[in-house]
Design a protein around this ligand. Structure first.
Ligand SMILES: NC(=O)c1ccc[n+]([C@@H]2O[C@H](COP(=O)([O-])OP(=O)(O)OC[C@H]3O[C@@H](n4cnc5c(N)ncnc54)[C@H](OP(=O)(O)O)[C@@H]3O)[C@@H](O)[C@H]2O)c1
Length: 297
Protein backbone atom coordinates (compact mmCIF):
# COMPACT_ATOMS: atom_id res chain seq x y z
CA UNK A 1 0.00 0.00 0.00
CA UNK A 2 1.23 3.49 -0.86
CA UNK A 3 0.75 6.28 1.71
CA UNK A 4 1.13 9.82 0.37
CA UNK A 5 1.92 12.49 2.99
CA UNK A 6 1.49 16.21 2.28
CA UNK A 7 3.32 18.65 4.59
CA UNK A 8 6.20 16.23 5.16
CA UNK A 9 8.39 19.07 6.48
CA UNK A 10 5.94 20.22 9.19
CA UNK A 11 5.74 19.11 12.82
CA UNK A 12 3.19 16.33 12.30
CA UNK A 13 4.41 15.47 8.77
CA UNK A 14 7.94 14.92 10.05
CA UNK A 15 6.75 12.44 12.70
CA UNK A 16 4.40 10.66 10.27
CA UNK A 17 7.34 9.58 8.14
CA UNK A 18 8.51 7.47 11.10
CA UNK A 19 5.16 6.08 12.24
CA UNK A 20 3.68 5.24 8.82
CA UNK A 21 6.71 3.30 7.59
CA UNK A 22 5.56 -0.10 8.95
CA UNK A 23 2.28 0.30 7.02
CA UNK A 24 3.68 0.43 3.50
CA UNK A 25 5.52 2.64 1.01
CA UNK A 26 5.54 6.21 2.36
CA UNK A 27 5.96 9.11 -0.09
CA UNK A 28 6.30 12.37 1.86
CA UNK A 29 6.07 15.61 -0.09
CA UNK A 30 6.91 19.11 1.05
CA UNK A 31 5.94 22.44 -0.44
CA UNK A 32 8.67 22.24 -3.09
CA UNK A 33 7.39 18.88 -4.34
CA UNK A 34 3.70 19.84 -4.27
CA UNK A 35 2.68 23.45 -3.66
CA UNK A 36 -0.94 23.27 -2.53
CA UNK A 37 -1.70 26.69 -4.02
CA UNK A 38 -1.32 25.06 -7.46
CA UNK A 39 -4.48 22.93 -7.58
CA UNK A 40 -3.89 21.64 -11.11
CA UNK A 41 -0.43 20.41 -10.16
CA UNK A 42 -1.90 18.84 -6.99
CA UNK A 43 -4.33 16.82 -9.15
CA UNK A 44 -1.44 15.72 -11.38
CA UNK A 45 0.58 14.58 -8.34
CA UNK A 46 -2.37 12.62 -6.95
CA UNK A 47 -3.07 10.82 -10.25
CA UNK A 48 0.65 10.08 -10.75
CA UNK A 49 1.11 8.68 -7.22
CA UNK A 50 -2.25 6.85 -6.98
CA UNK A 51 -2.01 6.41 -3.17
CA UNK A 52 -4.20 4.04 -1.14
CA UNK A 53 -3.98 6.48 1.78
CA UNK A 54 -3.53 10.26 1.63
CA UNK A 55 -2.42 11.93 4.86
CA UNK A 56 -2.70 15.70 4.71
CA UNK A 57 -0.46 17.28 7.34
CA UNK A 58 0.05 20.41 5.23
CA UNK A 59 -1.78 23.57 6.24
CA UNK A 60 -1.57 27.33 6.36
CA UNK A 61 -0.92 27.51 10.14
CA UNK A 62 0.14 31.17 10.61
CA UNK A 63 -2.96 32.05 12.64
CA UNK A 64 -2.39 35.83 12.87
CA UNK A 65 -1.01 36.28 9.35
CA UNK A 66 -4.11 34.54 7.97
CA UNK A 67 -6.18 37.58 8.99
CA UNK A 68 -4.44 39.55 6.22
CA UNK A 69 -4.07 36.62 3.76
CA UNK A 70 -7.54 35.01 3.83
CA UNK A 71 -7.51 33.93 0.16
CA UNK A 72 -4.18 32.12 0.51
CA UNK A 73 -5.31 30.42 3.73
CA UNK A 74 -8.58 29.37 2.04
CA UNK A 75 -6.73 27.87 -0.95
CA UNK A 76 -4.36 25.78 1.20
CA UNK A 77 -6.74 24.87 4.04
CA UNK A 78 -9.90 24.26 2.03
CA UNK A 79 -9.60 24.32 -1.79
CA UNK A 80 -6.59 21.99 -1.90
CA UNK A 81 -8.29 19.71 0.64
CA UNK A 82 -11.34 19.50 -1.65
CA UNK A 83 -9.05 18.38 -4.51
CA UNK A 84 -7.61 15.64 -2.25
CA UNK A 85 -11.08 14.55 -1.08
CA UNK A 86 -12.46 14.41 -4.64
CA UNK A 87 -9.47 12.34 -5.70
CA UNK A 88 -9.89 10.04 -2.66
CA UNK A 89 -13.52 9.39 -3.62
CA UNK A 90 -12.57 8.72 -7.27
CA UNK A 91 -9.72 6.35 -6.33
CA UNK A 92 -11.34 4.71 -3.28
CA UNK A 93 -8.48 6.02 -1.11
CA UNK A 94 -8.63 6.86 2.60
CA UNK A 95 -8.04 10.58 3.32
CA UNK A 96 -6.63 11.44 6.75
CA UNK A 97 -6.93 15.16 7.43
CA UNK A 98 -6.11 17.29 10.50
CA UNK A 99 -8.17 20.09 11.90
CA UNK A 100 -8.17 22.27 14.96
CA UNK A 101 -9.74 23.45 18.21
CA UNK A 102 -9.99 26.85 16.46
CA UNK A 103 -13.15 25.68 14.64
CA UNK A 104 -14.92 26.34 17.99
CA UNK A 105 -15.59 29.70 19.65
CA UNK A 106 -14.44 28.54 23.10
CA UNK A 107 -17.63 29.62 24.87
CA UNK A 108 -18.63 26.09 25.96
CA UNK A 109 -18.26 25.05 29.61
CA UNK A 110 -16.31 21.77 29.46
CA UNK A 111 -14.60 19.92 26.64
CA UNK A 112 -15.99 20.06 23.08
CA UNK A 113 -17.54 16.95 21.53
CA UNK A 114 -17.15 16.13 17.83
CA UNK A 115 -20.70 17.15 16.98
CA UNK A 116 -20.75 20.42 18.93
CA UNK A 117 -21.53 23.42 16.78
CA UNK A 118 -18.49 24.89 15.02
CA UNK A 119 -18.23 28.66 15.22
CA UNK A 120 -14.69 29.75 14.30
CA UNK A 121 -13.51 33.18 15.48
CA UNK A 122 -10.61 33.66 13.06
CA UNK A 123 -9.80 33.41 9.35
CA UNK A 124 -7.58 30.41 10.13
CA UNK A 125 -10.44 28.71 12.01
CA UNK A 126 -12.94 29.47 9.22
CA UNK A 127 -10.67 28.07 6.51
CA UNK A 128 -9.95 24.93 8.57
CA UNK A 129 -13.71 24.46 9.07
CA UNK A 130 -14.19 24.85 5.30
CA UNK A 131 -11.55 22.13 4.83
CA UNK A 132 -13.51 19.80 7.14
CA UNK A 133 -16.68 20.45 5.13
CA UNK A 134 -14.86 19.77 1.86
CA UNK A 135 -13.80 16.34 3.16
CA UNK A 136 -17.25 15.50 4.52
CA UNK A 137 -19.07 16.67 1.35
CA UNK A 138 -16.88 14.68 -1.05
CA UNK A 139 -18.18 11.25 -0.01
CA UNK A 140 -14.70 9.72 0.33
CA UNK A 141 -13.37 7.43 3.05
CA UNK A 142 -11.96 9.80 5.66
CA UNK A 143 -10.72 10.60 9.13
CA UNK A 144 -10.64 14.18 10.36
CA UNK A 145 -8.53 14.45 13.50
CA UNK A 146 -9.05 17.71 15.36
CA UNK A 147 -6.10 18.47 17.59
CA UNK A 148 -4.77 21.40 19.65
CA UNK A 149 -1.66 23.28 20.76
CA UNK A 150 0.75 21.13 18.68
CA UNK A 151 4.46 21.02 19.52
CA UNK A 152 7.54 18.94 18.74
CA UNK A 153 11.32 19.18 18.89
CA UNK A 154 11.18 19.74 15.11
CA UNK A 155 9.61 22.95 13.79
CA UNK A 156 8.28 26.16 15.31
CA UNK A 157 5.97 26.10 18.33
CA UNK A 158 5.15 27.71 21.70
CA UNK A 159 7.48 25.50 23.76
CA UNK A 160 10.51 26.33 21.62
CA UNK A 161 9.62 30.03 21.61
CA UNK A 162 9.30 30.08 25.43
CA UNK A 163 12.68 28.38 25.88
CA UNK A 164 14.30 30.88 23.50
CA UNK A 165 12.71 33.86 25.30
CA UNK A 166 13.80 32.42 28.66
CA UNK A 167 17.40 32.74 27.47
CA UNK A 168 16.95 36.33 26.22
CA UNK A 169 14.60 37.98 28.75
CA UNK A 170 14.46 38.69 32.47
CA UNK A 171 10.70 38.40 32.75
CA UNK A 172 7.70 37.38 30.63
CA UNK A 173 3.94 37.96 30.48
CA UNK A 174 1.94 34.91 29.37
CA UNK A 175 -1.80 34.57 28.82
CA UNK A 176 -3.46 32.52 31.56
CA UNK A 177 -7.16 32.57 30.62
CA UNK A 178 -7.00 30.34 27.50
CA UNK A 179 -7.06 26.64 28.37
CA UNK A 180 -6.27 23.61 26.24
CA UNK A 181 -4.35 20.36 25.98
CA UNK A 182 -0.83 20.67 24.53
CA UNK A 183 -0.47 17.75 22.11
CA UNK A 184 2.80 16.45 20.68
CA UNK A 185 3.23 15.80 16.97
CA UNK A 186 4.70 12.44 17.99
CA UNK A 187 1.44 11.41 19.70
CA UNK A 188 -0.65 12.59 16.73
CA UNK A 189 1.51 10.61 14.30
CA UNK A 190 1.49 7.48 16.50
CA UNK A 191 -2.30 7.54 16.79
CA UNK A 192 -2.68 8.24 13.05
CA UNK A 193 -0.80 5.03 12.19
CA UNK A 194 -2.86 3.10 14.70
CA UNK A 195 -6.09 4.58 13.33
CA UNK A 196 -5.24 3.54 9.76
CA UNK A 197 -4.57 -0.02 10.94
CA UNK A 198 -7.78 0.01 12.99
CA UNK A 199 -9.71 1.27 9.93
CA UNK A 200 -8.30 -1.53 7.80
CA UNK A 201 -9.34 -4.03 10.50
CA UNK A 202 -12.85 -2.51 10.68
CA UNK A 203 -12.32 -1.53 14.33
CA UNK A 204 -12.47 2.25 13.87
CA UNK A 205 -15.36 3.78 11.89
CA UNK A 206 -14.59 6.70 9.58
CA UNK A 207 -15.47 10.20 10.70
CA UNK A 208 -14.41 13.17 12.83
CA UNK A 209 -12.40 12.51 16.00
CA UNK A 210 -10.79 14.68 18.64
CA UNK A 211 -7.14 13.67 19.06
CA UNK A 212 -5.43 15.44 21.93
CA UNK A 213 -3.41 14.58 25.01
CA UNK A 214 -5.32 14.25 28.28
CA UNK A 215 -5.43 16.88 31.01
CA UNK A 216 -5.54 20.63 30.61
CA UNK A 217 -3.50 23.74 31.27
CA UNK A 218 -3.23 27.39 30.22
CA UNK A 219 -0.47 28.92 28.10
CA UNK A 220 0.90 30.29 31.39
CA UNK A 221 0.70 26.82 32.98
CA UNK A 222 2.50 25.27 30.01
CA UNK A 223 5.25 27.90 30.00
CA UNK A 224 5.78 27.52 33.77
CA UNK A 225 5.98 23.73 33.54
CA UNK A 226 8.41 23.82 30.61
CA UNK A 227 10.80 26.30 32.24
CA UNK A 228 10.88 24.52 35.60
CA UNK A 229 11.41 21.09 34.04
CA UNK A 230 14.06 22.40 31.63
CA UNK A 231 15.99 24.01 34.51
CA UNK A 232 15.67 20.84 36.61
CA UNK A 233 17.14 18.88 33.69
CA UNK A 234 20.12 21.26 33.46
CA UNK A 235 19.17 23.80 30.78
CA UNK A 236 20.71 27.23 31.38
CA UNK A 237 17.89 29.82 31.40
CA UNK A 238 17.46 33.36 32.78
CA UNK A 239 13.87 32.69 33.85
CA UNK A 240 12.04 30.22 36.04
CA UNK A 241 8.28 30.03 36.52
CA UNK A 242 8.33 32.67 39.29
CA UNK A 243 9.35 35.27 36.67
CA UNK A 244 6.38 34.59 34.35
CA UNK A 245 3.42 36.85 35.02
CA UNK A 246 -0.07 35.52 34.19
CA UNK A 247 -2.04 38.03 32.13
CA UNK A 248 -5.54 38.07 30.60
CA UNK A 249 -6.00 37.71 26.82
CA UNK A 250 -7.11 41.36 26.65
CA UNK A 251 -3.61 42.48 27.73
CA UNK A 252 -1.95 40.66 24.81
CA UNK A 253 -3.84 41.80 21.70
CA UNK A 254 -3.19 39.79 18.51
CA UNK A 255 -4.74 40.08 15.02
CA UNK A 256 -6.64 36.75 15.31
CA UNK A 257 -9.16 36.05 18.07
CA UNK A 258 -8.55 32.77 19.96
CA UNK A 259 -11.06 30.55 21.79
CA UNK A 260 -10.78 30.80 25.60
CA UNK A 261 -11.69 27.12 25.93
CA UNK A 262 -9.78 24.85 23.52
CA UNK A 263 -10.51 21.59 25.33
CA UNK A 264 -11.53 18.73 23.02
CA UNK A 265 -13.11 15.60 24.49
CA UNK A 266 -11.17 12.63 23.08
CA UNK A 267 -13.53 9.96 24.50
CA UNK A 268 -14.94 8.97 21.09
CA UNK A 269 -11.50 7.98 19.79
CA UNK A 270 -10.24 6.35 23.00
CA UNK A 271 -13.53 4.50 23.38
CA UNK A 272 -13.07 2.85 19.97
CA UNK A 273 -9.36 2.17 20.41
CA UNK A 274 -9.70 0.98 24.00
CA UNK A 275 -7.07 3.10 25.74
CA UNK A 276 -6.57 6.48 27.42
CA UNK A 277 -4.53 9.32 25.94
CA UNK A 278 -1.40 10.19 27.96
CA UNK A 279 -1.38 13.34 30.09
CA UNK A 280 0.06 16.37 28.23
CA UNK A 281 3.05 16.47 30.60
CA UNK A 282 4.40 13.11 29.41
CA UNK A 283 5.23 14.16 25.84
CA UNK A 284 6.14 17.70 26.95
CA UNK A 285 8.83 16.11 29.09
CA UNK A 286 10.00 14.01 26.12
CA UNK A 287 10.35 17.08 23.92
CA UNK A 288 12.33 18.95 26.59
CA UNK A 289 14.67 15.95 26.71
CA UNK A 290 14.99 15.95 22.91
CA UNK A 291 15.75 19.71 22.88
CA UNK A 292 18.37 19.27 25.63
CA UNK A 293 19.93 16.47 23.63
CA UNK A 294 20.05 18.73 20.54
CA UNK A 295 21.75 21.49 22.61
CA UNK A 296 24.44 19.11 23.80
CA UNK A 297 25.33 17.97 20.29
N1 LIG B 1 0.32 23.85 15.17
C1 LIG B 1 -0.74 23.80 15.98
O1 LIG B 1 -0.71 24.30 17.12
C2 LIG B 1 -2.01 23.13 15.52
C3 LIG B 1 -3.12 23.13 16.37
C4 LIG B 1 -4.29 22.49 15.95
C5 LIG B 1 -4.35 21.87 14.71
N2 LIG B 1 -3.25 21.90 13.89
C6 LIG B 1 -3.37 21.27 12.58
O2 LIG B 1 -2.49 20.14 12.57
C7 LIG B 1 -1.97 19.96 11.24
C8 LIG B 1 -0.46 19.86 11.30
O3 LIG B 1 0.05 21.07 11.88
P1 LIG B 1 1.59 21.31 12.15
O4 LIG B 1 1.72 21.95 13.49
O5 LIG B 1 2.37 20.09 11.84
O6 LIG B 1 1.86 22.42 11.04
P2 LIG B 1 3.26 23.04 10.54
O7 LIG B 1 4.39 22.54 11.39
O8 LIG B 1 3.02 24.50 10.41
O9 LIG B 1 3.41 22.37 9.11
C9 LIG B 1 2.58 22.71 8.07
C10 LIG B 1 3.18 22.20 6.81
O10 LIG B 1 2.37 22.67 5.72
C11 LIG B 1 3.24 23.06 4.68
N3 LIG B 1 2.64 24.03 3.79
C12 LIG B 1 2.29 25.32 4.03
N4 LIG B 1 1.87 25.91 2.90
C13 LIG B 1 1.96 24.97 1.92
C14 LIG B 1 1.71 24.97 0.53
N5 LIG B 1 1.28 26.07 -0.11
N6 LIG B 1 1.94 23.84 -0.16
C15 LIG B 1 2.39 22.72 0.45
N7 LIG B 1 2.67 22.66 1.76
C16 LIG B 1 2.46 23.77 2.48
C17 LIG B 1 4.42 23.67 5.39
O11 LIG B 1 5.52 23.72 4.53
P3 LIG B 1 6.68 24.82 4.75
O12 LIG B 1 7.35 24.43 6.03
O13 LIG B 1 7.52 24.66 3.53
O14 LIG B 1 5.97 26.14 4.83
C18 LIG B 1 4.61 22.72 6.56
O15 LIG B 1 5.44 21.64 6.20
C19 LIG B 1 -2.51 21.12 10.41
O16 LIG B 1 -3.67 20.69 9.74
C20 LIG B 1 -2.91 22.16 11.44
O17 LIG B 1 -3.96 23.00 10.98
C21 LIG B 1 -2.08 22.49 14.28
Amino acid sequence: MKLLVFGGGGQVGHELQRTLKPLGEVVALDQQDADLTNLENLRTVLYAQSPGVIVNAAAYTAVDKAESEPALAQTINADAVRVMADYARYNGSLLVHYSTDYVFDGEKQGAYLENDLANPLSVYGKTKRAGEEAVQDAGCHYFIFRTSWVYSAHGANFIKTILRLAKERDDLNIVSDQIGAPTSAELIADITALAILAWQADILPEGVYHLTASGETSWHGLASYVLDRAIAKGMKLNLDSSKIRPIPTEDYPLPAKRPKNSLLDNGKLTGHLGFQMPDWKIHTERVIDQLLHQEMK
